[in-house]
Each structure stands twice: as structure tokens, then as C-alpha cells.
Design a protein around this ligand. Sequence first.
Ligand code: ARG
Length: 566
Amino acid sequence: MIESIKEQIKKILEDFYKKQYNATISIVVEEPKNIELGDISVPMFSVVKTLRKPMPQIISEAIPVIQTASDAIQSISNVGAFINLTIDKKLLAQEVLKNVILLDSSYGNSTLGVGKNVTLDYSAPNIAKSFSIGHLRSTMIGNSLNLILKKCGFNTFSINYLGDWGTQFGKMIVAYQKWGDFDKIKKNPIKELTELYVRFHEEAEQDPSLEDEAREAFRKMELQDAEYLELWRWIREESLKESVQIYDLLDITFDSYNGEAFYNDKMEPVVLELESKNLLKEDQGAKIVDLGEDIPPALIKRRDGGSLYITRDLAAIFYRKKEYKFDDILYVVGNEQKLHFTQLKRLIEKMGYDFSDHIEHVNFGLYLTNGKKMSTRKGGVVKLYDVLMKAIQMAYQLIEEKNPTLQNKEEIAKSVGIAAIVFADLKNHRSLDIEFNLEQSVKFEGQTGPYLQYTGVRIASILKNKTFDIDHTNIDIFEQSHYFELVKQISLFQSTIEKSAIERAPSILAKYLLSLAQSFNKFYSIEKINVEDECIRNSNFALAKATRIVLNEGLRLLGIKYVNEM
Ligand code: ARG
């Protein structure tokens, strides 16, 4: 509600200057850092500058206009270039709490994206290889963005663009033909295939001709050689099992699993279009498109005719435009592919399509251990599934210590362990590298997922078997700062979600949930909730309940499950 008052002030002032002076001025409405100054503050510099009128005149004109923005405005004052206002905390609290309790999990729903289609491309593991940490990041960030965008009314479509095509499959096939064992792979596909892949790289260092063989094998796949395709299909199926294991654990599904292979027969028309638009150029037998001085050309076709990553992405984007009619297309992919997506955008632009501005590389950083890149590459230094299982095991141990008689420990430990991993990631802005520390992430205190779940559990136990009447509350108590701080946090839920959606940054929501939990815990450390006085008790319960609703819904949007006990 503070947000809606802020919006109203902005609108009413902008309209006023338009009407009065025929001036278009963008008004900024803020919340002062210093609470003493008020709840909302409007700096008037820009108005003075645009209208070239003295500050006192501008201020005295603006105050009565602002006053009409809301009944909840209690007082208006002026310090320097700022107009500061206080809000009637009682009115605000009453309205916010009623609203949350009435709307329950749909509180915070927004209409920001109504009528807009967004396609999200995330996870996209290269399935001949081990599921990497980068793909885990992509999965968690993408999943959360998808949920956040849906909450804002966008019509989303989630795609797992599986890396199921390309020379790495050629490598796999060659490795399998040379050293593979069908039965062993059947029994332990991920382990065996990873070993084969690692062996391929080791041997290729000694004998580079293996790389040629792999390219040739991939060529055969592209030419639809039945034997090779059969092998590919089998390897694909077996290697997908690891990813599926991880999705099951995280409880994540996609609207489409059309991977790179799906586009094998859809590239030719695109190449022809490039040709007919005179964009394609021969370069030492290969086909390229020049993209300008600032970036290297895009390699569209290899000398041997083989297709490339970018050729497939090009085919995929046209298919998606047609199929899903996206307004925006988001690619949740690591920083290291910045050039690739710059090239993709430039290609679309060069081809004369106007949607290139709506192609977004939602980039993210690396996981570091002691400042160095963590990798699953050679021989699976860190096996991701094992890391997730380890987190669950650690959560189990903590629960065992803190609450040994708890029922369903396994189920709860699973939610808590996953919360630890997911939150440790999403609380950081995605573009940053993250120092990964499992022990810290699983703790029930500090800035962790389990801390948020634990706060929810505390509230659940306060509310257990209690009833309260939201129409019989004592609203005077909301003037106290530990009460009001919490109400204010709750009132900011929707605008926080919208910000996260607009900036494609689940970290905004994650940080918000931390402050919400902190405000609640502070409140709870001061206030006994289940008090004698009925009206105060009702107010307290309503506030606790509203906090829990927002916390649970916020966690859901990050891809984390709430628990009732832990
Ligand atoms: N499979 C790719 C990789 O791991 C990521 C794919 C991202 N999506 C895309 N449309 N290019 O590098």
C-alpha cells in the first residue's frame, strides 16, 4: 500500500505539471533512509530545474496537490528541497493485513505482464557430459524467474534446450566404439559415459586424429546415418538420466524439452534465408556472416558442412517466435556465452527482424571454491547430485540434533537441504561469481534458506490451533516501530516481485525475504504474541499469519518448499 500511495503521488504531480505548465516532468518518490524524516519523501529539484521557478513557490504549490493523493497521508512537511510525508500507520496496517489474509497465496499477484508472452530458455545441460554447476545455476535462476514472471501475469513458456547434439556426441560415439561396454553403461550410465568422455579427452591429447574421427562421426549423425543415429539415441537416453534425477530432486519440470537435435532438420531454411539476404560469405570453405567491426563474424557452417551451436540457436529462435509468439525471449546462460548471444542478436538484426531488442541474455557468474572456478569437467571433480545429497544429509543431521522426535525427518531434510543450496545461490545477484560454502548454507541461522524456513516454522507453531478475528483488532499498536516495520515489509511484497521480474533478478526477492524474516524475528523478540487482551492478540496473530503467507509464497517463487516443522 505504501507503494500504491507512492505511485499515486507520482501520477498526481506529473498530471498537475502537465496541466498547469504543459511540462513533462518525471517525479521520483522515495522512502527516506532516515525514518525520522517521514515514510515517503519527494525531492523537488527536477521540478525547480525544469520550470525555473523558486523552490518555495514549487513546494507550496505541490503540497496541497500531494495531500489529495491518499486518505492515509497523515502529515506533510518540508525540509530543503524535499517534501516529506508520514502515513497513517493504523490505516495502512489494517488494510494491508486484511488484504493479505483475504488473498492468501495470491497476495502479491500483479498484472504487470498481462497479455505478454515470455519464453525462457534455461537449464540446457549438455547431456553427454556430467550435469555441471553452471547448469544447476541456470536451472535455479530460470525456474525462479519463470515463477516470478507467472506471478506477474506473464504468459510464460519454459524450455529445456537440451545439449543433445553437436561434436560432443561424435566424441561419445567414437569413445564408445573404441572402449565402450554396453552392459556396463546400461548398469551405470552416468558413471560409464563420463569415464568414456574423460578418456576420449585424455587420449586425444596424445592422438589429435581422434578429434577428426569425432567430427566425422557427428557428420554422419547430421546426415541421418541410421547406425549412428541409433547409437546417438541410446546415448542420449542414458545420459539424460542424470539430469532427470536432478530435476526430480528439485521438483522442476519444463513445458518443452526440445533440445538442439530437434533443430537438425530446421536449419537449412535459415541458411537459405541468410544466403538470399546476401549475408552469407565464404571463408576458407566455411560459411560465415560478418557482424561488424566490434565482434567476430558468426560461423554458420563448418568447412565440412557441419552445423554449429549458433546455427541451431538461429533455427530455434525462429521456431519459437512462430510457435510461442514471444514478446521477450530470455536465455539464462553463464557469462562466458556473452559473445554468443551478442552474435545471435546481431544476426537477427542483420536479417531485418525487429525483435532483436527482445532477445535477452540473462547472464550469471561462476561458483568458486577458495577463489577458483569449481568444475565438474574432468572426471567430475564435484558431482552435483552428490553435493545436493550431501546438503540433504547435513540438514538431516541438524534436524536430528535439534528436534530428534520429529516425524518425517527424511522428507523435511530434503526440503531443507535443497533450500540451502537454492537460497545460497539466489541471494546473490546472478551476474556475480559466488564463493560456495555448503556448511554455511545449511545453517539454520544467518542468511540462509533454512533460516527462512525456520522462521516460518516458528510462526506456524505460534499459530497452531489458534483462531483469531481480523475484524476485532487493536490498530493503535501498529504505531509502534517494531510493528510498523513488519507491516511495511509485508506491504512491499508486490513491488518487490515486480522489481525482480523487471530486472530478471530473483536476488531482489531473496534479500527481501531475509529482511522480512529479520523484521519478524525482531518483533517476536520484543512482543509476546499470545497475550491476554483479545484485540491485541488478534492483531498479533493477524500480523504473524500475514508474515507467514508472504514468506511461504516468497519461498515458493524461489523454488523452495516451506515446511511446517523442522
Ligand atoms: N547447452 C548449452 C551449454 O551448456 C547451453 C544452452 C543455452 N541455450 C541456448 N539456447 N543456447 O553451453
